[in-house]
Design a protein. Structure first.
Length: 84
């Protein structure tokens, strides 16, 4: 967890909020599907702690795990260019 705190110091507030929003969306989708964290972890091939960290919006989680969990529950992520 110390790593996540160190990383968050270097991330813009809007990006941190996006990470938290993705975690909240992943949790909502998982619980809506009736899956526990252990089921999600098994399906994604990660430790249950990784699922908890994704859902908590910790910035130190590998982006592949975050996007993988979203995809697992049918949530598409899309990159948007910043407004000029």
């Amino acid at each position: 967890m110390a790593q996540g705190k160190r990383i968050s110091a270097d991330i813009h507030g809007g990006a941190l909020q996006a990470i938290k929003d993705m975690g909240a969306a992943a949790k909502l989708a998982r619980t809506g599907a009736g899956d526990g964290q252990a089921v999600a972890a098994t399906r994604l091939g990660v430790h249950v702690q990784t699922i908890a960290r994704i859902e908590a919006g910790e910035p130190g989680v590998a982006i592949g795990h975050v996007l993988g969990m979203l995809a697992l529950y049918g949530i598409a992520a899309r990159l948007e260019e910043p407004a000029a």
